[in-house]
Write a protein that binds this ligand. Sequence first.
Ligand SMILES: [Zn+2]
Length: 166
Amino acid sequence: MAILPLAMMDNRVLHQKAKRVRKIDGSIQKLFDDMIETMHHIGGAAGLAAPQVGVSLQVVVIELPGEDVITLINPEVVKSWGERDVTEGCLSLPGYRGEIKRSESVTVKGRDRHGKQIRLKADGLLAQALEHEIDHVNGVVYIDHLESVDNLYQIEPEGEDELGHI
Ligand SMILES: [Zn+2]
């Protein structure tokens, strides 16, 4: 396992649609292991998408506090309901937060790291994390959702919280 360097917001990999995973082989398992280790190393991280470690593949890990790690391959939001205002940040843009809108709840389908088909319905922080990470594999970042640049602001490093780490 290895801790991978993070791609920052100016990296092209974050702004292009990632490739679908066709075959779940050893290299995908290693990617999952490395992404999970990287997420744990960062501490307080709620999720990570492969483009954030410079790999243009549709691979996502999510771990909310006190919950098991969710692994996702080729995830898609198939349904979303409602709208709510959230404060969001991204590991690829440290020190910033933005006020954006996210769905109240989502249904997501994909496969887990073992190839098992999964479909999950989520709301709250998990729905937000899923939308954030699935955006990443589609080349979208949260600042793309800002209605105005006034809704993006800098925070003090000690103001970092788990919500910011996705
Ligand atoms: Zn992010």
